[in-house]
Design a protein around this ligand. Structure first.
Ligand code: NAD
Length: 586
């Protein structure tokens, strides 16, 4: 997407001319997007295009950037007071009668914090979405608090943020930054963004970059030291704030926003696993969150993304999560945990009724939307149809949980080729189909995501009683590791979950090879009783799954016996081999 087709106007204010672009119907609520450093308004082109259907989208080049003129002299021309004048002039020009919804990234957010906390803008701002740019006043208080009452933790936080701010010190040196940006750094910047920040090429950065970056150094010089030394004591937000925090930001620590509720009483928090330049790398997610927040603050009904509750709501609210085997046990508990966090859930199971039930309950628990799909994961064609339907109707999946699986017990020689085929078709091929189809959509979208594959402790604990099942799960574990390596550069995490004994229906449906129907029933009952006595709830596995996504963990043994077996497999494999020879208790 580009800003082509945008309507352009010029706004004169305080001796500069600002280049303002507008998209969408001007009678819709106005959303003003403010860019950061070293950027121009084009940093927003992907997000702006996604918002233009529903909103009047306004972008402007900050003074001295893009096609806006620069103040003369530069020194003293970039103070937050002057930037506030510019914002008010733009807001008056594009939306004279209605307050606007502000969105700022990086320095665009730093200045927007000023706009939303000074008295003269009261009534002109309906909401503010902040990303990767704190208020200098709040930052100043944050530092002071840690200096005046230092604890080891607070000193650690100070040092951590201090290390991330190296470029701020550099930008305060005279002339050097300008020389670097107009010289080699300016030339290399697009490549650096692509390589380090994974920013895809497009209409950004624009050719004005060296000039923008040279002028923009004054943003730092005119404001940072003065504000950090003497932060305003009354920097309270007078509009609702949505804070979007990318967890992999190389320049800002998450801890900076601790206690922000004190300054912004109406605060909604969102986190996402991404680096600093989210307007370029995560436009779908940002557009969805901005749409929800603006709509809510316009008094409209919010349907597309969820607010969610619980400890993972900030991370999964509004995300699209697909869980296979969601009709029972671990899959159902996982669908519910994501629903509680406000995710939109697709519950897939070969058993139609139980999938529908999971979707119904997921909606009650908190999913803004939930759908049931009846599919056998081992059927490649059916999975292809499912992938096409999901992409077409619900969107690209953000989190995929390949969980459907079946149990199979019996010695190697009792296990028939049909038994092998069945267990590998579901437990391994089901995972392969899921990864191939939904993983490809994630990779092609290029905006990250996460794949969770339910393996088992049996993946690293050999057993003479479970050769086929364990082989299928060991394959899932290895597949997950390989795929994790392959997708690591694309912001897509892959986790293998390895539970021990969990109290679910799997025991009553597991096949016992080499025995008659009556004996099979008896063994199913006995193992169900054993798992019942062990009584490890699937909800705990679900919790481990959400945590694995948040922390991007590679292999997650769940239950003490799984953790023990995992440790032994690494440090004492002989002990595991001895356990493998024991008669199963069934
Ligand atoms: P469960 O039997 O309670 O649930 C499995 C669900 O998957 C069922 O709803 C079932 O209908 C569905 N399913 C089975 N085959 C399917 C197919 N071909 N296509 C679509 N859906 C299918 O079992 P659970 O314990 O919740 O198992 C979930 C996963 O966890 C499985 O992969 C299992 O191997 C794994 N696991 C379970 C345990 C445990 O102790 N329960 C331990 C380790 C790993």
């Amino acid at each position: 997407m580009t800003l082509e087709g945008a309507r352009e106007r010029w706004v004169r204010t305080g001796g500069v001319e600002l280049c303002v672009a507008e998209l969408g119907d001007a009678s819709n609520p106005t959303v003003v997007l403010v860019h950061g450093y070293p950027d121009s308004k084009e940093v927003w082109s992907e997000v702006a295009g996604r918002l233009a259907d529903r909103f009047h989208v306004v972008l402007y080049d900050v003074r001295g950037h893009g096609r806006s003129s620069a103040p003369q002299p530069l020194r003293g021309g970039f103070t937050l007071e002057k930037l506030t004048d510019d914002f008010l002039a733009v807001a008056d020009a594009v939306s004279p009668d209605r307050p606007v919804h502000l969105v700022g990234h990086d320095w665009g957010s730093v200045q927007a914090w000023e706009f939303v906390t000074v008295a003269r803008t009261k009534g002109r701002i309906a909401s503010f979405t902040s990303m990767s740019g704190p208020s200098l006043d709040h930052f100043g208080h944050w530092i002071n608090k840690r200096l005046t009452r230092p604890t080891p933790r607070r000193v650690g936080q100070l040092l951590g943020q201090g290390a991330k701010s190296w470029y701020v010190y550099l930008l305060h040196t005279p002339v050097l930054p300008e020389l670097a940006w107009r010289g080699p750094l300016g030339k290399r910047w697009p490549k650096i963004l692509e390589r380090v920040e994974k920013v895809p090429r497009g209409d950004y950065p624009t050719s004005s970059l060296p000039q923008d970056a040279a002028h923009g150094a004054w943003l730092y010089r005119d404001n940072v030291r003065a504000r950090l030394r003497r932060p305003r004591p009354d920097a309270y937000a007078h509009a609702p704030v949505q804070l979007v925090t990318p967890l992999g930001d190389a320049f800002l620590s998450e801890r900076l926003y601790d206690g922000l509720e004190e300054w912004a009483p109406e605060l909604a928090r969102r986190t996402l696993p991404a680096k600093h330049w989210i307007p370029r790398t995560r436009p779908d997610q940002l557009a969805a969150w901005i749409t929800e927040f603006v709509t809510a603050n316009e008094g409209g009904a919010v349907t597309s993304t969820g607010a969610g509750t619980g400890k993972y709501a900030q991370r999964f609210g509004g995300q699209l999560v697909l869980v296979t085997g969601a009709g029972s046990g671990i899959g159902r508990a996982t669908a519910f945990a994501f629903a509680e966090a406000g995710a939109r859930v697709v519950a897939v199971d070969r058993d139609a009724e139980s999938a529908v039930r999971t979707a119904e309950l997921a909606r009650l628990i908190g999913a803004p939307e939930a759908w049931a799909e009846t599919v056998d994961v081992s059927d490649g064609q059916a999975m292809e149809k499912l992938a096409a339907k999901v992409a077409g109707e619900y969107g690209v999946v953000d989190v995929l949980v390949n969980n459907a699986g079946i149990g199979l017990s019996g010695s190697f020689f009792d296990t028939t080729p049909e038994d092998w085929k069945k267990v590998l078709d579901v437990n391994l091929w089901g995972v392969i189909h899921g990864c191939r189809l939904f993983g490809k959509q994630m990779a092609e979208r290029g905006q990250g995501g996460h794949i969770v594959n339910t393996a088992s402790a049996a993946a690293f604990q050999p057993s003479k009683a479970l050769p086929a099942y364990s082989t299928s799960k060991a394959a899932v574990l290895m597949l997950s590791e390989c795929l994790r390596a392959e997708l690591s550069g694309q912001g897509i995490g892959v986790s293998a979950i390895c539970p021990g004994l969990v109290n679910t229906n799997i025991t009553s449906t597991a096949h016992f090879a080499g025995v008659g129907a009556a004996e099979e029933k008896r063994r199913q009952k006995r193992s169900a009783r054993l798992y019942g006595l062990r009584n490890y709830p699937p909800e705990k596995v679900a919790d481990a799954i959400l945590r694995a996504v948040v922390r991007d963990q590679a292999v997650v043994p769940v239950t003490p016996e799984a953790r023990g077996a995992h440790l032994l497999s690494r440090f004492a494999p002989r002990a595991l081999r001895a356990v493998a020879r024991l008669e199963p208790p069934l």
